[in-house]
Design a protein around this ligand. Sequence first.
Ligand SMILES: Nc1ncnc2c1ncn2[C@@H]1O[C@H](COP(=O)(O)OP(=O)(O)OP(=O)(O)O)[C@@H](O)[C@H]1O
Ligand SMILES: [Mg+2]
Length: 419
Amino acid sequence: MPKISVGRDQDDRDEHGLKGTGIIGKHLVGEKEEAHQANPIYFDLARPHVMGVFGKRGTGKSYSMGTIAEELQTSDISHNLSTIIIDPMGIYWSMKRPNDRSINILEDWDLKPNGFDAQVYIPKGKASEFEEQDMPYDDTFTLKPGELTAQEWAMAFNIDISSERGILLERVISKLQENYGTDYRIEHIIKGVRNFDFSEEVQEGLVNRFTAAQNWGVFGEESSIDKFTTRGELSIVDVSAFSGASSGWSVRALIVALLAKRILRRRMTARRIEEIDEMQNISENEMPITWMLIDEAHEFLPAEGETPASKPLLRWVKIGREPGVSLVLATQQPAKLHPNALSQCDIVLSHRLTAKQDIDSLGEIMQTYMRHDLKHYIDALPDKPGTGLVLDDNSERIYPIQMRPRKSWHAGGTPDAFD
Ligand SMILES: Nc1ncnc2c1ncn2[C@@H]1O[C@H](COP(=O)(O)OP(=O)(O)OP(=O)(O)O)[C@@H](O)[C@H]1O
Ligand SMILES: [Mg+2]
């Protein structure tokens, strides 16, 4: 019986066997409550993928994303990988703790609770907030305003780039870039806005927005985000602190935008060096292959409208295979995720879905195979947390799965009012 390994093509199977894979769960055989757990399902970690993680509220998306991160951390190729979790809910810090409350279930799987050496990063300006509330973190980060384009600012501020305000913004930014490259601060942008000959109303509208941006607590002298891609490390980028602000998702998207652009650029350079090394038989890669796991991904890469992160993430989706970047996108509703991202998913983990439009979008991904059986597969899933379907484009197969229990603590559980 050949082992089930999703995301791995035949050549890699022949050459590497199961090296660079992780076990994410077990194949479910049978229907509904009769279903039983059969063979382990291995998951390819060595090649770049675009993966979708879907499912209704509380069906296990965030939990499963944590499982994938655990596998990335413990695999035999971890030293060549770096993993970043974009955490809009502030739930992944608990991966540092062992999952002691599931010790019995873990035993059934021959696993033990285990905390991970994750690095939790928060925006620098939010440090005192975290400290006041006794919330643990490891380090802070900042973004450099000069690295953002006028378009990205416009999207973050919800300004039409062809409006008066948009035109002024464009002029100010291009003037600053011309004079200082990327070495300017928000104060300079504000000063610049007032130097151009636009109506006061237009100017002040922009000034207000940039003044607000100064209070986001995320801008600084440099973009200190390269540390997120340290070899072998799991970085949790906690962007939950913006949840109160109306601009919350815009700030988060700016962070993801800069991160995605930088990583791609650095991986592209690294890839070139690696190719040369490969020719000379040196094999250590220059910059680790990067996995970015984004929870609530529809907020960054929505089907309707555009965020600052849309373009950079679509570039990952489109050309990420060659430089070697992987993306895992979790969302309740696949129909709300940008169709180009959806159609490029080569692995999908779908927990329970019921809305027709979501099942239809899932069917869309599976262009050629098994499309008609999808509904049947979904209906046959036992109603238990962590069950789902894995759709593997490589083998063109669907596997019902029970995702494995987490070794590390999952903080995203459903609270109750019983006690
Ligand atoms: N593989 C699993 N094994 C055991 N329990 C699980 C598994 N997956 C999920 N659960 C349970 O289901 C709960 C909800 O999971 P999770 O927080 O991942 O939901 P979600 O799909 O991300 O929901 P939301 O859309 O609200 O973010 C978890 O707290 C956990 O108790
Ligand atoms: Mg979740």
